[in-house]
Design a protein around this ligand. Structure first.
Ligand SMILES: Cc1cc2nc3c(=O)[nH]c(=O)nc-3n(C[C@H](O)[C@H](O)[C@H](O)COP(=O)(O)OP(=O)(O)OC[C@H]3O[C@@H](n4cnc5c(N)ncnc54)[C@H](O)[C@@H]3O)c2cc1C
Length: 254
């Protein structure tokens, strides 16, 4: 959240205003994605009635009218379970033309879950919540097919490749969105960054798993994976001179 906009905007704007904008318009909110990722619920007042719905349900509803008042946002407590020896993991991601706020995201994501160790030593994830937003979508969404696919499984290369395939099916930027392929590839990068510490036979970023090589070869054996190289250029000249460092008039020494 400290990367949203600027300190001035953060100190002035409200989370409620942000969520309402995200509900009414295809506003590329970072806050809505983070709150969706932690399974938040919202309490609303519509005329004299109050109701409580999940943020996911609220975002799906038709655009709210001025009679809808957002009263509160509730974030459930996610605790590590000492009996099941599971730990809570939570990561947020944001890709934007400039890294530190004040630039609308190309895509953002929030991922949460429990990680536990099986008796054989393999790690498994459960209770996954994977939210993605701002990629040219009406509102932030949960990648439920990816969550269901990964829950309770050991993360072998073939399991991860299937998750990537499901994610590519889920993240479909609306017609007219700029850089659609880039946004989808960043979503895959986010997923991979989140999963790689828990995966079996997959090293972290710069690893030997080739996403595009989801062919018929036995990818469960890392020895069968071909080497792949990859390069991402984050900055470009698209918005020049926006983003270029400039001298401030008041600081020039005379
Ligand atoms: C320069 C700039 C950069 C920004 N960058 C980002 C960014 O990187 N990521 C990001 O997520 N956001 C970003 N924002 C959005 C910002 O974080 C605020 O969410 C947004 O400006 C709304 O501000 P506000 O709280 O003043 O809302 P308002 O303008 O007060 O409210 C927005 C709308 O919601 C309604 N509303 C407000 N509160 C409630 C309520 N409780 N119940 C019902 N209706 C309500 C208002 O009536 C209005 O219609 C940026 C904004 C600016 C100006």
């Amino acid at each position: 959240m400290s990367k949203v906009a600027t300190p001035f905007v953060r100190n002035t704007a409200s989370i409620g205003g942000n969520i309402i904008l995200a509900q009414k318009y295809p506003f590329p909110s970072d806050i809505a994605t983070i709150l969706l990722g932690v399974a938040s619920t919202v309490r609303l007042q519509v005329y004299s009635k109050t109701l409580e719905v999940t943020l996911e349900e609220f975002l799906e509803l038709p655009p709210s009218d001025p009679s809808t008042l957002l009263l509160s946002i509730f974030i459930p407590h996610w605790a590590s379970d000492s009996q099941k020896e599971s730990k809570v993991i939570f990561e947020t991601y944001r890709a934007a033309p400039r890294p530190l706020g004040n630039a609308v995201s190309y895509i953002n994501s929030a991922m949460l879950g429990h990680v536990s160790q099986k008796s054989c030593g393999d790690l498994v994830l459960s209770n996954l919540h994977m939210a993605f937003g701002a990629y040219g979508t009406e509102h932030a969404i949960r990648a439920t097919k990816v969550e269901q696919h990964l829950n309770g499984k050991v993360l072998t290369p073939s399991v991860v490749l299937e998750a990537v395939r499901l994610l590519r099916e889920t993240i479909v930027p609306m017609k007219g969105t700029s850089h659609p392929e880039y946004r989808v590839s960043v979503a895959v990068g986010f997923l991979f960054s989140f999963l790689s510490p828990f995966a079996k036979g997959i090293k972290g970023p710069g690893n030997t798993l080739s996403i595009s090589s989801a062919s018929s070869s036995n990818t469960d054996d890392p020895c069968n994976l071909p080497l792949s190289s990859r390069r991402e250029t984050i900055s470009s000249d698209d918005h020049k001179p926006v983003g270029e460092p400039i001298k401030k008039g008041g600081s020039i020494c005379r």
